[in-house]
Write a protein that binds this ligand. Structure first.
Ligand SMILES: NC(=O)c1ccc[n+]([C@@H]2O[C@H](COP(=O)([O-])OP(=O)(O)OC[C@H]3O[C@@H](n4cnc5c(N)ncnc54)[C@H](OP(=O)(O)O)[C@@H]3O)[C@@H](O)[C@H]2O)c1
Length: 331
């Protein structure tokens, strides 16, 4: 039996902020799985800032499914290692259904936990925050930490790990609602609404003892403001620079405060999540424990239906999400 399914294609390379008209939802048909194949129905798709630079730098081809991660359910299988009903995580792109030969699929056993956690706190997002802060950032108990985009998926995990490690933790975010969540639900010590005030002055006031670790998600004005506040031997693990992603070559605004690195001997170091793959077991054990004992909280912003995927991606750049941005396709 042939089924029809929809997928999201890029149809224009965006210049600046992506527009809904840069994408198209395209209907295709899929045949039954052949010998050695399985058919997967995607249930949730992960929407990530890293998708944006790919839309303009040639990595995302036009008129093909948008690259992206998803979690789904095996609905038919003629593959020895997968059975109908298995839950699988994949990188097959933004589509409702796909045929697979099993390569690149990871089986998940969420147990009592919501499956979506494997797309954020218990997935790559969580590992990014964990490795970036503890390994690249060399976080020590009781230090002073600043996290930008702190109400986002990575930032909210990084900020809470800092709190778990007894650090004085400052978070910046782009709305009063996000700042309330960070302060009142996640227990941060100080919050800055960078869209309402003077970031440089507000960060100075929020960091009376300076900053030992700045977990960098934003770049531009945030990096400019953080550098003068860094304590001697401070570390800046560079996770991302989302403020730059809508410009060609992901170029950020110019930073004029880099000379602060000299006498304070600051280390700034970029990292990519796959560096931490060998600590996944320890990460899962710590993170599962923190979720269960209530010290790791999370939030999800969920769009419904594949046709909302472009809007969800654009929403990352307008600050629509609290916690992880997801698109739900099926129960
Ligand atoms: N190195 C790695 O391996 C790795 C892995 C995953 C993610 N990352 C990076 O981590 C960062 C966060 O990713 P995420 O998945 O957790 O996304 P996210 O933080 O959940 O979503 C993006 C958030 O960034 C903020 N933002 C957008 N444009 C901004 C701007 N011009 N200035 C300041 N803030 C802006 C928005 O919040 P506000 O309302 O607060 O503005 C938005 O909600 C990104 O830079 C991403 O590229 C890196």
């Amino acid at each position: 039996m042939t089924i029809s399914q929809r997928e999201v294609h890029l149809i224009n390379h965006p210049d600046g902020m992506p527009q809904p008209s840069d994408f198209a939802v395209v209907e295709t048909s899929i045949d039954d799985p052949g010998e050695g194949q399985l058919l997967v129905r995607n249930d949730y798709m992960s929407v990530d800032p890293a998708m944006r630079p790919r839309l303009s730098n040639g990595q995302q081809a036009l008129n093909t499914p948008m690259m992206g991660g998803a979690i789904g359910t095996v609905v038919a299988s003629r593959h020895a290692d997968f059975a109908e009903g298995d839950c699988v995580q994949s990188q097959q792109g933004f589509c409702e259904y796909f045929l697979s030969d099993g390569k690149g699929l990871a089986k998940l056993d969420p147990g009592e936990l919501p499956v979506t956690l494997f797309m954020h706190v218990l997935g790559g997002t969580g590992l990014t925050a964990y490795g970036g802060l503890l390994v690249t950032g060399e976080l020590q108990d009781g230090e002073n930490v600043f996290v930008s985009a702190a109400a986002g998926a990575v930032g909210s995990v990084a900020a809470q790990i800092a709190k778990i490690k007894n650090c004085y933790t400052i978070g910046s975010a782009g709305s009063a609602e996000k700042c309330d969540w960070l302060k009142n639900d996640l227990g941060l010590d100080a919050v800055i609404n960078y869209k309402d005030g003077n970031l440089r002055q507000d960060l100075k006031a929020a960091a009376p003892k300076g900053i030992d670790v700045y977990f960098e998600n934003v770049g531009g004005d945030h990096l400019e403001a953080a550098l003068p506040r860094m304590n001697p031997l401070g570390r800046i693990p560079v996770c991302g620079m989302i403020s730059a992603y809508n410009t060609p070559g992901a170029r950020s605004t110019g930073i004029t405060t880099l000379s602060n690195m000299i006498y304070n001997r600051i280390t700034m170091k970029g990292f990519v999540v796959y560096e931490f793959n060998d600590m996944r077991e320890q990460f899962l054990s710590d993170m599962t424990g923190w979720i269960k004992d209530g010290r790791m909280k999370y939030s999800e912003t969920i769009h419904n239906g594949i046709s909302e995927a472009p809007e969800a991606l654009i929403g990352l750049f307008t600050g629509e999400n609290i916690g992880k941005m997801l698109v739900k396709l099926s129960d």
